[in-house]
Ligand binder design. Structure first.
Ligand code: ADP
Ligand code: MG
Ligand code: MG
Length: 931
């Protein structure tokens, strides 16, 4: 088919001209107009259907069909819901090709073709948009279908499904009707069906007889007329176009719009529509429908994993109307322990499917999510796409595929997102607590880690409670796309129905959120807002705890543990990252314990050790008292005496950390607190201090109030202290050098880097540099050593420092960007006070992101670039790093990589994330080399 350019200016002035290329792409019969790379145009589903149907290496059994492009969707919305000229003819032409391949005719009374009308955006939006099956069934085509299939029951089952889907999607949702809670047409029809089941004394849809189904269909139609005031359409073409329009309409539907907002999917993308000939999994016990993953998306286990239902259609598996059966032994769960597998029931079809799964994985070189249907023993592929997986599975699959030589190490590194890696570091329920608690229920493990929270029963409540600072767990019979906002707001999700491929499981996996699904023992009363298990009832607001990795539900609030620190898989994966990245990763650590943990996570040094830390927390009593003495000293003599007392504490602290980081650099920042923070307030402490200084309480109070500043963040701190009190700098530097010499004598290699904070003019640095040189010479002489390895540098955290970086580099051997303060001072935003307005700034898009979370590349980033360039002009090999919070944030890491930093430094728990981000930054530099 020649590519045509269709465009139409609508006569109305509000209409936009949308240029569109070829609007319809065919697939089937071993060939396809499109392919996998055309997701933007054909949507993920359409592009992959084309790939599976048409790629010479695949040519899989895909029912023929065609895809109407996303450009037509854009056109539709830009032109008052109308179609480009010529589209109807193109659709008819393509339908004719499908008819030829299937040897059936759409609307033909004797041998009718039925089609599905399927939505599909670039990125999968699970359950957000609509699909309509069995389109083309009418009073006129029903007898033909019955004659062709010799299966009247099946035909009426298909018909009742069509009426349900069509009236819901096309006649209600797309028409913009918002029914009252629980009064949607679908619910109303479902209730009629439930009544029929009750009347007939059966439980399952499959137990309804032909007669029952026939009756249901006419009741359905009457109800549709009654509720929606319109007859159910009996014209095949009307059904087809009604469905196509409804899929386009669903793009602007409420839940699709809200999902897009959460996921950051732009509205312009649009959805494609695929029209595909139907195959039927509901033709009897030799038919089935199922979904699967080429590997287990919950654990990464490399065996094919999936669920299916005999005699079912479409969404039945996902909707949880019956307990899905396992595809094979590897897919068995506690819930499906006694069910027959597909491998057992239909060995031939299973073998073919397993073989296709292998070929698909080899072709796509990634873990895939698939949909299939078996019609009277014949297998058809209906969908495939790269499968969502949780963090542990992502890491395992990447490592396994690398080992299997399916992918390169660069690809392996790109297969795990920083937030997926974060899941491996997620909190879990304390196993000790679990050992002593009996779970009140068990479902399927659908999301990582553990969580605790107060139960709520509706998405709206979840949002509202979370807004009030409550930690909630959303409990639902099963979730549906209308629940996404609530799922987002909740700590975790718990459902009574559904399997590992249910909506809740899919969404939670995508977000890396703790989730347990299919906990059948739960009885949920939505009106009373209660949850009961075995006669025990919990009310809204009660606490529960979930283990998402095992699918366990506990009553009450249980202890949680930080994620395990020694995780072989994590270590192996980080090794792959290490073999690629150029940036070094350091940690911000103030204690020997933090330093040891950072080493475990793979940190290659400390980027920020704050001397003042030893005056907080455990064991700080004594040093704090001495520091206070030093602070309120008046004469140099007094101060020197206090400093002498302080010295051994500072030295032993530094020594312990240097030792924990043996062989790696440790950046030690000289003391930098706003001084008044350390002046005691309690009378008792004040008295003690006065006594030890041998001064009156009055005198002490006078001195203390003299320290008070109206703007301490910009006050007498950092290098300014070292200028007024050189002996304070000298004491710290002496501690560092002596610790290094002593450790050297023990055979421990040390690389201290002395960092002067809050510098904004080169003379500050020169002044301190001279002090450091002097102490260095003294220590060398006193200890009888020739040299002590060390560097002297500065923190860059004041905008002026970036501007005069060339001059600072005359003294500084390294720069470390303190981006917290740099951001504070560049924006003029007080770091501690952004809470009151940052929310509004983000909501109104005044700022695209919180600059304290990710580096503001347009402003702060420009200053950083200036600092780097100017610094390097003076000192070509100046060492550059970052020690602000941003050092562990992936986008900021990539930015630092781009500026050619030698390292980033972040909190110990962020070290793995920074490591991954650093490796990904390298891979992103050039197009990925494929295996
Ligand atoms: P979703 O995007 O929600 O997955 P799909 O378009 O994949 O929606 O369709 C919903 C269900 O209907 C799926 O289970 C799919 O396999 C099934 N289905 C879609 N088209 C056909 C068809 N032509 N024949 C049989 N089943 C189909
Ligand atoms: Mg769906
Ligand atoms: Mg699907």
């Amino acid at each position: 088919m020649p590519a045509s350019v269709l465009s139409r200016k609508s006569s109305t002035s509000s209409a936009k001209t949308v240029k569109i290329g070829k609007p319809v792409y065919f697939f089937g019969g071993g060939r396809a107009d499109g392919n996998e790379s055309m997701k933007n145009l054909l949507g993920g589903k359409g592009a992959n259907l084309a790939e599976m149907a048409g790629h010479p290496d695949l040519r899989l059994p895909v029912p023929p069909g065609f895809t109407i492009t996303t450009e037509v969707c854009t056109y539709y919305w830009a032109n008052k819901r109308s179609y480009p000229k010529g589209l109807r003819e193109l659709v008819s032409d393509n339908l004719a090709r499908v008819e030829k391949l299937t040897d059936k005719k759409f609307g033909d009374p004797r041998n009718p073709l039925l089609v599905s009308v399927r939505s599909g955006a670039r990125k999968s939006m699970p359950g957000m948009m609509e699909t309509i099956l069995n389109v083309g069934l009418t009073e006129a085509t029903i007898p033909g279908m019955v004659a062709q299939t010799k299966n009247e029951r099946f035909v009426y089952d298909a018909y009742r499904r069509l009426i349900m889907m069509y009236s819901d999607v096309v006649m209600e949702k797309a028409a913009g009707i918002t029914p009252a809670e629980d009064q949607g047409i679908r619910r109303q029809l479902e209730r009629i069906m439930d009544e029929a089941k009750k009347r007939e004394g059966v439980k399952l849809d499959t137990e309804l007889t032909t007669k029952n189904l026939k009756e249901l269909c006419s009741q359905f139609k009457a109800k549709v007329q009654e509720v929606l005031g319109k007859p159910f359409p009996d014209e095949p073409m009307e059904q087809l176009w009604g469905s196509v329009g409804a899929v386009f309409a669903s793009w602007m539907g409420k839940r699709a719009v809200s999902y897009r907002r959460i996921e950051g999917i732009p509205e312009e993308w649009g959805t494609a529509v695929s029209v595909q000939s139907m195959v039927f999994g509901n033709m009897g016990d030799d038919s089935a429908t199922g979904v699967g993953f080429t590997r287990n998306p919950g654990t990464g286990d490399s065996r094919f994993y999936g669920e299916f239902l005999v005699n079912a259609q479409g969404e039945d598996v996902v909707a949880g109307i019956r307990t899905p059966e396992p595809i094979n032994e590897a897919s068995r769960s506690d819930q499906s322990r006694n069910l027959k597998s597909l491998e057992q029931i239909m060995p031939q079809a299973y073998k073919e499917l397993a073989d296709i799964v292998k070929r698909l994985e080899k072709h796509y070189r990634d873990m895939l999510d698939i949909e299939f249907t078996i019609e009277k023993g014949r297998l058809y592929m209906l969908q495939c796409r790269v499968g969502k997986r949780n963090g542990p599975a992502a890491v395992k699959v990447a490592l396994d595929m690398l080992k299997e030589k399916l992918i390169t190490k660069e690809e392996a590194v790109m297969r795990v997102t920083p937030s997926q890696l974060d899941e491996l570091l997620h909190p879990i329920v304390d196993p000790k607590a679990e050992a002593t608690h009996k779970p009140m229920g068990k479902g399927l493990p659908a999301g990582p880690g553990g969580a605790k929270g107060q139960i709520v029963f509706t998405a709206n409540d979840a949002v509202a409670w979370a807004k009030n600072g409550k930690k909630v767990i959303l409990v639902r019979e099963e979730t549906n796309p209308e629940d996404v906002e609530g799922m987002r707001a909740a700590q975790a999700i718990l459902t009574a129905r559904g399997g590992m491929t249910s909506h809740a499981a899919l969404v939670a996996r995508g977000w890396g959120k703790c989730c347990v699904v299919g906990c059948g023992a739960l009885e949920i009363d939505l009106h009373q807002k209660t949850l009961s298990v075995d006669g025990k009832t919990l009310k809204e607001g009660a606490w529960i705890t979930l283990n998402g990795a095992k699918g366990l539900v506990y009553e009450g609030e249980m202890a949680m543990l930080d994620a395990s620190e020694s995780n072989k898989m994590l270590e192996d994966f980080l090794k792959v990252c290490d073999s690629i990245r150029r940036l070094k990763i350091r940690a911000n650590a103030d204690t020997p314990e933090d330093a040891a943990r950072a080493r475990k996570f793979g940190a290659e040094g400390i980027g920020l050790f704050r001397v003042e830390h030893m005056f907080y927390g455990k064991g700080s009593e004594q040093p704090l008292f001495k520091l206070r003495k030093m602070i309120v000293s008046k004469t140099e003599a007094e101060r020197r005496a206090a400093l002498d007392e302080l010295f051994p504490h500072v030295k032993s602290d530094i020594k312990a950390t240097l030792k924990a980081m043996a062989g790696f650099p440790v950046t030690i920042r000289t003391i930098d607190p706003p001084l008044h923070e350390f002046v005691p307030h309690e009378a008792e402490k004040l008295a003690e201090l006065a006594k030890s200084l041998n001064i009156s309480l009055d005198e002490l109070e006078k001195r203390a109030s003299g320290l008070r500043e109206s703007n301490p963040m910009m006050g007498h701190r950092g290098v300014r202290l070292g200028i007024t009190y050189p002996e304070v700098t000298e004491m710290q530097v002496r501690a560092i050098f002596e610790a290094a010499v002593e450790l050297g004598k023990e055979g421990v290699k040390t690389l201290p880097e002395i960092m002067i904070p809050v510098v904004c003019v080169e003379t500050e640095l020169k002044n301190q540099y001279a002090l450091i040189e002097k102490v260095y010479a003294e220590v060398c002489k006193a200890k009888g050593v020739k040299a002590i390895a060390h560097l002297v540098g500065t923190m860059i955290e004041i905008p002026r420092a970036c501007i005069v970086a060339d001059r600072l580099a005359e003294s500084a051997q390294f720069f470390s960007f303190g981006t917290n303060d740099l951001t504070q001072m560049s924006f003029g935003f007080s770091r501690d006070d952004t809470g009151s307005f940052m929310g509004d700034y983000l909501k109104h898009e005044i700022l695209p992101a919180d600059p304290f979370q990710t580096i503001d590349q347009d402003g702060v980033g420009v200053l950083m670039r200036m600092g780097v360039e100017r610094g390097r002009k003076t000192r070509k090999d100046i060492k550059i790093g970052i020690c602000g919070e941003h050092g562990g944030e992936p986008a900021s890491v990539e930015f630092c990589h781009g500026l050619g930093f030698s390292y980033v430094s972040c909190s110990p728990f962020r070290v793995p994330i920074a490591t991954l981000a650093a490796a990904q930054s390298v891979v992103k530099e050039k197009p990925i080399k494929k295996k």
